[in-house]
Design a protein around this ligand. Structure first.
Ligand code: NAI
Length: 305
């Protein structure tokens, strides 16, 4: 079996490297640019070779090569430039995602599909619509990355070990992201035992804005997204049942239907095995609903075309 990554740019290559380092499986990198996936594959193989890891990485420009993939990661498309929001990518990336998802449905009809292309929640929905895969098999990566950033700020503010931090980020992977201070802890001890209200508010805002800061400084976010995708694939492949926030298709959960948005789920060998419904307070619910409205508007926009 193979993990296929469609889109061998900065994030696609990082996904490949992270999956290889975890020895998850053989990897196929695909791209429309001739030579790019082949070059990335060679470079990653050379690193894995030195580490004694036997996963084989291959690069290709042909979708036929993805036949029988167990996982497909859809990370093809444009990234944000400094000053852009994720939603600014909607039109261009919707046509790429539709095209790629059609090919995935043809060549890897039994795969579990992890969507990464932004704007993440509308693109996850579009990939689900286009492939017609079961909803448990189309999973958007956004919250897992937001979570890495949230945890990093909690670590900075408390100086407690990163390994002791549990946290949760839900809602839209975008302007209405919702870091859940109330559902986060250090080894089960609520965050408000460690942080003042002012510190918590700062962390909340910084988590929402830090991706734009990285993009302004280096042009893209690369390593943390690659790791986040590999964590999700590992949980599914090893049936670990980790609780991870992902963009999932809702059918009544949180009172929302026919939409993909970030919620905590259990990830096991069937993909999304359970959606966990949190009892949100008024403040949290307001942001979650803003996220729902934003994602719904984006879906309506491209559906009208
Ligand atoms: P990049 O520009 O480095 O790579 C994108 C690659 O997609 C290019 O190599 C391009 O040739 C390829 N591509 C375009 N159309 C294709 C097609 N039809 N078939 C196959 N390949 C195709 O961009 P980067 O930085 O890797 O970002 C990729 C996407 O991931 C962007 O939309 C970005 O916003 C998103 N992203 C999402 C994150 C998340 O948390 N969900 C985190 C980071 C990036």
């Amino acid at each position: 079996m193979t993990i296929t990554i469609v889109g061998s740019g900065r994030v696609g290559a990082s996904v490949a490297l992270n999956c290889g380092l975890r020895e998850l499986d053989d990897i196929l990198l695909l791209d429309v640019i001739e030579g790019l996936p082949q070059g990335e594959a060679m470079d990653i193989n050379h690193q894995l070779s030195e580490l004694g890891i036997d996963c084989k990485v291959k690069g290709s420009n042909s979708y036929e090569d993805m036949d029988n993939s167990e996982f497909v990661v859809l990370v093809a498309g444009l990234g944000r430039k400094p000053g852009m929001t994720r939603m600014d990518l909607l039109n261009k990336n919707a046509s790429i995602v539709k095209d790629v998802a059609t090919k995935i449905a043809t060549h890897a009809n039994n795969a579990i599909l992890v969507v990464v292309t932004n704007p993440l929640d509308p693109m996850t929905y579009l990939a689900l619509q286009t492939t017609r895969f079961d909803k448990n098999r189309v999973i958007g990566m956004g919250g897992m990355l937001d979570l890495s950033r949230f945890k990093s700020f909690i670590h900075d503010a408390t100086d407690c070990s990163r390994a002791s931090i549990q946290a949760m980020v839900i809602s839209e992977h975008g302007e209405n992201m919702l870091p859940l201070l109330r559902f986060s802890s250090i080894s089960g001890i609520p965050l408000n035992e460690f942080l003042s209200k002012g510190q918590s508010e700062k962390i909340f805002e910084k988590t929402k804005k830090v991706a734009a800061e990285v993009i302004a400084l280096k042009g893209a976010t690369v390593y943390a997204p690659g790791n986040a995708v590999a964590t999700m694939i590992e949980s599914i492949k090893k049936n670990k049942k980790e609780v991870i926030p992902v963009s999932a298709y809702l059918e009544g959960e949180y009172g929302i239907s026919d939409l993909c948005i970030g919620v905590p789920v259990v990830l096991g060998s069937n993909g999304i095995e359970k959606i966990i419904e949190l009892n949100l307070n008024e403040f949290e619910r307001k942001i979650f609903d803003l996220g729902v409205t934003s994602v719904r508007e984006a879906i309506n926009l491209y559906n009208q075309k």
